[in-house]
Design a binder for this molecule. Structure first.
Ligand code: HEC
Length: 192
């Protein structure tokens, strides 16, 4: 069975290569609409965020109790919080893309007031994803003379660690989050 699949792959791969060489215009079929691009970026961000929260923070800090997760992770030799990991990546992306792509994690009930919505697109988007579970919000914004495609995706409590940490945090304005609740949103911006 294994052998058959291998042979198939060998035959198909050169055939695809030849087809692409013969039809250079076919590449246009792969131009990605901005919405699909934002959706794909979100899927990667969400998957990485969930994987870190489940496989690292929830497992090692909450279940196995071998290491804490802490806002002061450097001083405490602890794990950075999921939101801090997310921001570290966001800062690198913003810098490396020269401002072309950016993303952030915001909330209507932020622990860190820096994570409150500021622009109209962010405010409308956060409210929309809260009022319409399972839906995303898309708009365009002009900020500082630049036009952006802005997409807002719900950020939900996927594991107990999300709920217990936020509900127990002194600075959290909301203390009754439940598993599965909407806790905020991921905002992705793509410059025109
Ligand atoms: C161990 C504690 C902890 C865990 C676990 C945790 N958070 Fe947070 N979260 C925080 C703290 C503290 C902040 C603010 C950090 C900052 O901006 O520096 C934050 C920030 C956020 C924000 C941005 C708005 C705000 O509150 O500042 C959202 C949305 C969020 N978390 C959702 C989640 C979700 C969903 C999960 C689970 C996947 C999760 N958090 C897991 C502590 C935690």
């Amino acid at each position: 069975m294994k052998k058959q699949i291998k042979t198939k792959g060998k035959l198909i791969a050169p055939a695809v290569g030849i087809a692409l060489m013969a039809l250079p215009t076919a590449a246009y079929a792969f131009d990605v609409p901005v919405k699909s691009m934002a959706d794909a970026l979100y899927l990667v961000l969400k998957s990485d965020r969930t994987a870190y929260t489940k496989l690292v923070v929830n497992r090692l800090a909450n279940e196995e109790k071998v290491i804490d997760a802490s806002e002061q992770w450097e001083e405490d030799a602890a794990l950075p919080l999921p939101a801090q990991m997310f921001r570290a990546g966001a800062e690198m992306t913003l810098e490396e893309s020269d401002g072309k792509f950016s993303y952030s994690l915001l909330s209507l009930w932020p622990i860190n007031s820096q994570n409150a919505a500021r622009t109209k697109g962010e405010k409308d988007g956060l409210k929309f994803v809260f009022d319409n579970p399972g839906k995303n919000y898309y708009t365009t914004e002009t900020l500082g003379g630049k036009t952006y495609y802005t997409a807002v995706y719900p950020d939900n409590a996927v594991v107990d660690a999300c709920v217990s940490c936020h509900n127990g945090h002194d600075d959290s304005p909301k203390k009754d989050f439940k598993l599965g609740d909407n806790m905020g949103a991921v905002v992705i911006r793509i410059a025109k």
